[in-house]
Design a protein around this ligand. Structure first.
Ligand SMILES: [Zn+2]
Length: 75
């Protein structure tokens, strides 16, 4: 199971995160978060919200296959 991260912590990997709120305020849902940003607190449950990486995905232009500053040999 992936690490559980909390509000205020730095996003370790860009991707889709499952969000679980405290209590019954909301069903779990998914958000996109970018590496290096901080997970925000929830306006309703504050720092009781938890984030869990569901799908790691980097921004397309940072991938070596699409990065103009780097030649990629395919095949
Ligand atoms: Zn919440």
């Amino acid at each position: 199971m992936a690490d559980v991260l909390q509000a205020g912590e730095s996003v370790p990997f860009s991707g889709v995160y499952k969000v679980v709120h405290s209590g019954q305020q909301s069903e779990a849902h998914y958000v996109l978060a970018l590496r290096g940003e901080a997970f925000p607190g929830c306006l309703r449950c504050s720092d009781q919200v938890k984030f869990q990486l569901a799908l790691s995905a980097i921004h397309v232009v940072t991938h070596p296959f699409f990065h103009s500053g780097q030649r990629v040999k395919i095949g």
